[in-house]
Design a protein around this ligand. Structure first.
Ligand code: AMP
Length: 193
């Protein structure tokens, strides 16, 4: 099962990605987590990414796409993955399709977590991450709002909207049932063989 998660920062994508990852045995790949890990280990990539994460701007696509290409080449991602926080732009989505095409495969769904903007601001302020300050949150939402519409148009043929308000397990059930209706779960079993 190869899926991407879209939706505003603070929509609960990370939490839902973990649940999907556990339920279906595919790795949860979060570009934000990969960047934060590199920053804390002070790698070259971490040094390149830090100022962007601190300000809420997007890390340049060439850096981000290379990171994802490397990660998807790992064995554990061969039969599927849940990508969280990537792609954020049409440019990244096209690069992802190219990576998958080179492996003779493709995405089965883009799960789009739909939630009110006031709700996501409240959630981000509550989780208290280093980049969850008022100003940085505003920057992330501004970028999301400008990049997301074209991204959703790009993903229209595989978009699965999921109502993301409410408790975590209810959102998870809606996500899984949407994937089931799409046939994503069946195609996962077929490709595991
Ligand atoms: P997230 O954990 O998904 O909220 O991402 C935190 C930060 O990491 C973002 O504000 C960006 O600075 C950076 N980032 C994560 N994913 C991407 C991406 N796909 N493209 C560019 N920057 C990203």
């Amino acid at each position: 099962m190869r899926i991407v998660l879209t939706g505003p920062p603070g929509a609960g994508k990370g939490t839902q990605a973990k649940l999907i990852s556990d339920a279906f045995g595919v790795p949860h790949i979060s570009t934000g987590d990969l960047f934060r890990d590199n920053i804390s280990r002070r790698t070259t990539l971490g040094r390149q990414a830090k100022s962007y994460l601190d300000s809420g701007e997007l890390v340049p696509s060439d850096v981000t796409v290379a990171l994802v290409r490397d990660r998807l080449a790992h064995d554990d991602a061969r039969h599927g993955f849940v990508l969280d926080g990537f792609p954020r732009t049409v440019e990244q989505a096209i690069a992802l399709d190219d990576i998958l095409a080179s492996q003779l495969t493709q995405l089965v769904a883009a799960l789009d977590f739909v939630v009110d903007e006031n709700e996501v601001v409240a959630r981000m302020l509550a989780r208290g991450r280093a980049d969850d300050t008022d100003e940085v949150i505003r920057t992330r939402l501004r970028i999301y709002n400008s990049e997301n519409q074209p991204l959703l148009e790009y993903y229209a043929p595989i978009r699965l909207p999921v109502e993301a308000a409410g408790d975590v397990s209810a959102v998870h059930r809606r996500a899984v049932s949407g994937l089931g209706e799409r046939g994503a779960l069946v195609s996962n079993r077929q490709t595991q063989g």
